[in-house]
Design a protein around this ligand. Structure first.
Ligand SMILES: [Mg+2]
Length: 242
């Protein structure tokens, strides 16, 4: 869905200290390779084919859920999630699917005295899994439990309330310029993009410009290839601004 270009570029207030860091889930914390692989299996489609079509859908600026429609017109994700659970093949992820830089990053940010949160478009079931992983975080929120989905304003307004600090003192870390960075930045939240996963690699430069009609990547305080460097970048930023 294309949204109108904001009246002004929501440039990050570079002079503000970061007090809270919130993370998206898919492809920021969780490598979704296994998750989408099992969806390809469920559809009876070779995994390579499913992934390639998924990427083409993303490059066209369409909702990734259109991928399912290509292979099975009329596919209903909520119904199929239920069916998978019923036959003992529920959509799932676990410790093994976490990117290896996740736990050290969360732990180091917390050791800096920052509020650390996880907030993404996820099901109630995924929220249970995230809770069981016992990540070193202070806040856990999902679209299901907040009853608000990215990229809606309501989702990020709730995130600001949960963080308990002004928007510009929050850093939201996401892999999607369309769903994460733009809506967060438009509310004045500072942002960091992680270039991993399908969106992180595809929605860049000319493709991002065509799909988003704005140079959203330039709005980010940090542009990252992973999470390993984030704690030191935040520490340096806070030393310079504090
Ligand atoms: Mg994501």
């Amino acid at each position: 869905m294309r949204r109108p270009r904001p009246a002004r570029t929501p440039l990050t207030l570079a002079g503000m200290t970061i007090d809270a860091v919130f993370f998206d889930v898919g492809e920021v914390l969780v490598d979704e390779t296994r998750e989408y692989g099992t969806w390809a299996d469920w559809l009876g489609i070779p995994r390579h084919t499913f992934s390639a079509v998924f990427g083409a859908i993303v490059a066209q600026g369409q909702d990734y859920r259109e991928t399912f429609q290509v292979f099975q017109p009329g596919f209903d994700l909520a119904t199929e999630r239920k069916r998978r659970a019923e036959v003992g093949q529920p959509e799932s992820f676990g410790e093994i699917d976490l990117y290896p830089d996740v736990r050290p990053c969360l732990g180091e940010l917390r050791a800096q005295g920052l509020t650390v949160g996880v907030a993404g478009n996820q099901t109630a079931r995924a929220e249970d899994i995230l809770r069981e992983l016992e990540l070193p975080i202070d806040v856990l929120g999902t679209s299901d439990s907040w009853d608000a989905e990215k990229p809606s304003t309501a989702f990020f307004e709730r995130l600001i309330v949960e963080a308990g600090v002004p928007a510009e003192r929050i850093l939201y870390v996401g892999d999607r310029l369309d769903n994460d960075i733009r809506p967060a930045a438009e509310l004045g939240i500072s942002t960091a993009v992680v270039r991993r996963g399908p969106w992180g690699h595809i929605l860049r430069e000319a493709t991002a410009q065509r799909v988003l009609d704005a140079d959203v990547e330039q709005w980010c305080l940090f542009q990252l290839d992973g999470l390993a460097d984030l704690p030191s970048l935040v520490r340096r930023h806070n030393l310079q601004t504090g």
